[in-house]
Design a protein around this ligand. Structure first.
Ligand code: KIV
Length: 280
């Protein structure tokens, strides 16, 4: 099946993103649905259909259960809402780690079935060969290093990566994935000083999440920054809205009005007059 919505001619491309290295910061957010894609498109350079969709939309405990089918469905929805931003879709856990051939087959599915502009994979030095394989075959890749959520079992949880002696390993990951051809590198949950070192060390833009303001761009999970959750919020999330609170208020008012029969009121019911299509 091919993508259902054509990519707009004026949308940003991977070379446009690379050209922003050291320039105006790249504004990036996740999106998983068409309405949210429409909301964020005009403000953002890059939209990620992240595998965080599993936790944010489907209520999973982590991203390990996310499937290719979930990524394709949400990728197609987001494609329909974007006109400007570059669209990146995550390869989910289990869809690329076996080797370059598996990664290529699944990346091609994402490109063909969602119309995405690029894919993202997690991993550093050990993923460099796969990144080279994909980019040499015209699949643009965003790499993701530092705290890579698909590796939480190995890390023992959501822990800051690259403190102390471990900094050089994360730096080596950044260098390896950028030299392998990644056109941008997401750097998640590392000490601020390491975020800066990585940004200075590699030739392509870094996109920070819990990294540093010196990164070439920033990304957040859209539901996190909108305040859609009332429970745990990671330290790196700034809540720019409190949508969960507003939604709860609205739902409580609706429930009250239904119970007291004040909704529907006169404006929300139909009269006996002649039918006008869609109106009465
Ligand atoms: O899946 C995701 O949303 C991500 C971002 C947090 C970078 O990978």
């Amino acid at each position: 099946m091919s993508t259902q919505t054509a990519r707009p001619a004026k949308a940003l491309t991977p070379p446009d993103i690379i050209a922003r290295k050291g320039g105006d910061p790249l504004v990036c957010l996740t999106a998983y649905t068409t309405p949210v894609a429409k909301l964020v498109d005009g403000h953002c350079d890059l939209i990620l259909v992240g595998d965080s969709v599993g936790m944010v939309v489907h209520g999973l405990d982590n991203t390990l259960g996310v499937t290719m089918e979930m990524m394709i469905l949400h990728g197609q929805a987001v494609r329909r809402g974007l006109r400007h931003a570059l669209m990146v879709v995550d390869l989910p856990f289990g869809a690329y780690e076996a080797g370059p051939d598996q990664a290529f087959a699944n990346a091609v599915r994402l490109v063909k079935e969602t119309g995405c502009d690029a894919i993202k994979i997690e991993g550093g030095v050990h993923m460099a060969e796969t990144i080279r394989f994909l980019t040499e075959r015209s699949i643009p890749v965003v790499a993701h290093i530092g705290l890579t959520p698909q590796s939480i079992r190995r890390f023992g949880g959501y822990k800051v990566q690259g403190r102390g002696d471990a900094a050089d390993h994360v730096l080596a990951d950044a260098v390896a994935v950028s030299e392998a051809g990644a056109f941008a590198v997401v750097v998640e949950s590392v000490p601020e000083s390491l975020g800066t070192r990585i940004t200075e060390a590699i030739a392509v833009p870094t996109i920070g999440i819990g990294a540093s303001a010196t990164c070439d761009g920033q990304i957040l999970v859209v539901d996190d920054m909108l305040g859609m959750f009332t429970d745990f919020t990671p330290k790196f999330v700034k809540r720019y809205g409190e949508l969960a609170g507003h939604a709860q208020e609205a739902i409580a008012r609706y429930a009250e009005e239904v119970r007291t029969r004040t909704f529907p009121g006169p404006d929300h019911v139909y009269g006996e007059g002649p039918a006008k299509a869609g109106k009465t």
